[in-house]
Design a protein around this ligand. Structure first.
Ligand code: AP5
Ligand code: MG
Length: 213
């Protein structure tokens, strides 16, 4: 099963993608997590990506596409995957579609987690992230068992550099300009499913499971 998560920054793509990946035993592939791991490890890719990310801009397609195609070509992806944060532009979606076409494959579902802009800024300022394992918490809605510490791997939790309110507003603008057109792209391919992402995360997940079967 090949699934794409669509939605604004902070809509809950990562939160839901992790739960889907666990339930259906497929890898959760997040380009944002891949970039953050590279930044943390001080790689050349990380240095290049950080500049764009901290400004709330998209990392250029040239850097992003190759990383994603390499990742989904790995063995653990042969039975499917959940893509979170990719594609984010029409050219990225086209490259992915072409690569899958060559293999006689296609995306099965594009799940659009719908959350209005008003809710987003509030969510982001409360988010805490684990840069080691990618787990995400929220200080009010989804607190870790011990404040500031990841339940899964015991690492320190941080406020992401790009979760500052002014950067979030930039990311929202970039989302509406460059990523939202993907809703039509996948709708035309009859794989788009929209869920209301403003509700409790368990209810959102129940809707997604009802779609995926
Ligand atoms: P990325 O890491 O993908 O960030 P994003 O799309 O901006 O999305 P977020 O991770 O911020 O939000 P999310 O939807 O995953 O929400 P979450 O589940 O955490 O990308 C970061 C940057 O990398 C980009 O800006 C760009 O620069 C670059 N990049 C990445 N991919 C790229 C690409 N393909 N091309 C170019 N550049 C790329 O939830 C948010 C918060 O809300 C959390 O605290 C969570 O606990 C809480 N929450 C979740 N669900 C609920 C709920 N139902 N109710 C209440 N709270 C909830
Ligand atoms: Mg995320």
């Amino acid at each position: 099963m090949k699934i794409i998560m669509l939605g604004a920054p902070g809509a809950g793509k990562g939160t839901q993608a992790k739960m889907i990946a666990e339930k259906y035993s497929v890898p959760h592939v997040s380009t944002g997590d891949i970039f953050r791991a590279n930044i943390k490890n001080g790689t050349e890719l990380g240095k290049q990506a950080k500049e764009y990310m901290d400004a709330g801009k998209l990392v250029p397609d040239e850097l992003t596409v190759k990383i994603l195609l390499d990742r989904v070509a790995q063995d653990d992806c042969k039975n499917g995957y959940v893509l979170d944060g990719f594609p984010r532009t029409i050219p990225q979606a086209q490259v992915l579609e072409d690569a899958l076409n060559k293999l006689g494959e296609k995306i099965d579902y594009a799940i659009n987690v719908d959350v209005p802009d008003e809710n987003i800024v509030k969510r982001m300022s409360g988010r805490r992230a684990c840069l080691k394992c990618g787990a995400t918490y929220h200080i009010e809605h989804i607190p870790p068992k011990q404040e500031g510490i990841c339940d899964t791997c015991g690492s320190e939790l941080v406020l992401r550099d790009d979760d500052k309110p002014e950067t979030v507003l930039n990311r929202l603008k970039v989302y509406h300009d460059q990523t939202q057109p993907l809703i039509d792209f996948y709708s035309e391919r009859n794989v788009l499913k929209t869920v209301d992402g403003t509700r409790d995360l368990k209810d959102v997940f129940a809707d997604i499971i009802a779609i995926l079967g």
